[in-house]
Design a protein around this ligand. Sequence first.
Ligand code: NAI
Length: 249
Amino acid sequence: MKLLDNKVAIVTGATRGIGRAIALRFAEQGCAVAFCGRSRNDQMIAVEQQLLALGVKAKGYAANVADFAAAAAFVNDVMADFGRVDILVNNAGITADSALKRMTEEQWDSVIEVNLKSVFCMTKAVQPVMWRQGAGSIVNISSVVGLAGNYNQANYAASKAGIIGFSKAAAKEFGARNIRVNVVAPGFIVTEMTGDIPEAMKDYWKTRIPLRRPGAPEEVANACLYYASELSTYNTGDVMHLCGGMEDA
Ligand code: NAI
């Protein structure tokens, strides 16, 4: 018996990075996985094949989760293909960093829409399904930047802090129906998003992160597995810090 046997999960933004690691970890635990990215590119097809090779049902969809109608259509397609949704991981996210003095309206809007509005759109779309099922687990990926702020990331910090408030409200509204909503707030995780790592960053790890290293996508995936599975049936409205003990988180 695996932790997610007979479950169906949606993972947003799983063509690479943390989302891909979550999709793979869930599939290893017997979960059918529907995932999305902005387009059906080679990366999406490769992830789909990796998931299928683990012996589960899996499909990638091109969907912009920041668009209300597109998110609803994505969930409708998943229901037609998979028949239920037990788990939603809102992972899709972007950065558009700039000092606040120079930040443009476009930089603000794009980050708020992709990181925060998408969580609203996807939660709205799956909520009726989970409500009918009388159970569900929603895991939202925030960031330590949403807790502590960061230079050049006022837009990103606002979006990630917004996810926490949204999740705590949704946990209150959905708890009576056994739909749990939890947040994972990672620190510095090495993925494509973080790009090439300057030497100065390595010094930072040594002085500011008690575990003396960045995290791996698989470590975020393990936290999501905990919240997605029945290991966490009494957790809702949580924010799990996953940052190697970073002192300003
Ligand atoms: P990434 O850039 O490697 O992957 C992002 C994924 O989101 C891609 O699959 C992309 O196609 C998808 N995506 C972006 N916009 C989308 C949209 N509008 N609709 C559908 N899919 C969309 O990023 P990474 O590093 O894997 O980050 C994943 C999540 O974890 C993000 O929410 C990020 O903010 C968060 N995070 C990352 C940290 C890090 O150090 N890498 C630290 C803390 C949080």
